[in-house]
Design a binder for this molecule. Structure first.
Ligand code: NAD
Length: 356
């Protein structure tokens, strides 16, 4: 099995290094090949997604990705900015389903900004559609406002859109994920205001007919944002569009104490996927041995489970992570008094030790 390793920028290389260390002690014979992406891709060959990197990602059975981006690239033309590499990979690998679990390990209940009784035992899965919505709809741009009270002024505009088949396929992923968990699914929309999301709601309701064993409810995104803070354990699986999913999944991440704990998977129709931590490249702490590598290590576990058909190895990694947390080891982002502060490399090594 071939894994494309794309460390990227900022803390990307240091956290991916830890995940590779973990994969190497599993006793499997993975072929791992590394390639530059994001700012590193731009430095290496003038493009954030170099051709050779894309070729490797297409050939591989799965992609393990760190993070991309640095403020020093903010002045580049948009198509050359590091973040474009993610969009290019999603498009070329036809990734449409972003799975983001938010789990609160009991040992970290105190790291959440919410009261322990509200969040302890939290285990939700947010499924974000990745290909449609206002992020990709055309037309978009800045133009002269054609009508209304601001006619003649400059205005920025984007187009929100979803095709029926796009909604159907993500709804199937969501219902099937709910079937494997507690059989409860919440579809989040803004059907009271947006035509696109009334259509979303209608299609999800139609797909529900094929999954009578799953209890479906619909919730407006503003209420969902509120409920995620008020009573997050009322949710099990949440499915939503690209923009709402982007925002709600970051919000959910903070329920768990740190974005440094959250893995993610982006899957195509055949469960080939790109696996990455939910956070970005954190340039503020890059190279300082401060980054939490657990989100990336847990992303590698998701890769084993979803793309490489190695659920037992995924369980081994997840149990090793639980073990190091129970031992009281913490990177700075999840540190509390009474625990032991460790750096990126030490945390990775502790997971390796727990595995062996
Ligand atoms: P960020 O997620 O990189 O950082 C937000 C905050 O969380 C920072 O304080 C950072 O230090 C902290 N943090 C993030 N990951 C951490 C970890 N593993 N351990 C400890 N602390 C961690 O978001 P940002 O600062 O808004 O963006 C920085 C860069 O990352 C930008 O260039 C942005 O475009 C890019 N970005 C990339 C991705 C991606 O590669 N998928 C996602 C989001 C942002």
């Amino acid at each position: 099995m071939k894994i494309a390793i794309l460390p990227g920028d900022g803390i990307g290389p240091e956290i991916v290094e830890q995940a590779v260390k973990v994969l190497n002690v599993l006793g499997e014979s993975f072929e791992m090949e590394t390639a530059p992406v994001g700012g590193a891709g731009y430095e290496a060959s003038g493009h954030p997604l170099p051709e050779a990197t894309l070729k490797l990602a297409l050939e591989a059975d799965a992609v393990l990705f760190g993070a991309v981006g640095d403020w020093k690239y903010d002045t580049l033309d948009r198509p050359l900015r590091p973040e474009q590499a993610i969009l290019g990979l999603r498009k070329n690998l036809k990734l449409f389903a972003n799975l983001r679990p938010a789990i609160l390990y009991p040992e970290l209940a105190g790291a959440s900004t919410l009261k322990p009784e509200v969040v302890s035992g939290l285990d939700i899965l947010i499924i974000r559609e990745l290909t449609g919505d206002i992020y990709f709809g055309q037309p978009r741009g800045v133009r002269e406002c054609p009508d209304g009270p601001f006619k003649g002024e400059r205005e920025g505009f984007d187009t929100m859109r979803y095709a029926e088949s796009e909604i159907r396929r993500i709804a199937h992923v969501a219902f099937q994920s709910a079937q494997k968990r507690s059989k409860r699914l919440t579809s989040v929309d803004k059907a009271n205001v947006l035509e696109t999301f009334q259509f979303w709601k209608d299609i999800v309701t139609d797909v529900h007919k094929e999954y009578p064993d799953v209890a479906l409810d619909h919730m407006y995104v503003d209420n969902a944002a509120m409920q995620l803070v008020r009573a997050p354990k009322r949710f099990d699986v949440i499915v939503t569009g690209n923009m709402f999913g982007d925002i709600l999944s970051d919000q959910a991440s903070m329920l768990t104490g740190s974005i440094g704990m959250l893995p993610s998977a982006s899957l195509d129709a055949n469960n080939k996927g790109l696996y990455e931590p939910s956070h970005g490249s954190a340039p503020d702490i890059a190279g300082k041995n401060l980054a939490n590598p657990l989100a990336t290590i847990l992303s590698a576990a998701m890769m084993l489970r979803y793309s490489l058909n190695k659920a037992e190895q995924a369980d081994r990694i997840e149990n090793a992570v639980k073990k190091v947390l129970a031992q009281g080891l913490r990177t700075a982002d999840i540190y509390e008094e009474g625990t032991t502060k460790v750096g990126t490399g030490e945390m990775g090594q502790a997971v390796v030790n727990a595995l062996s």
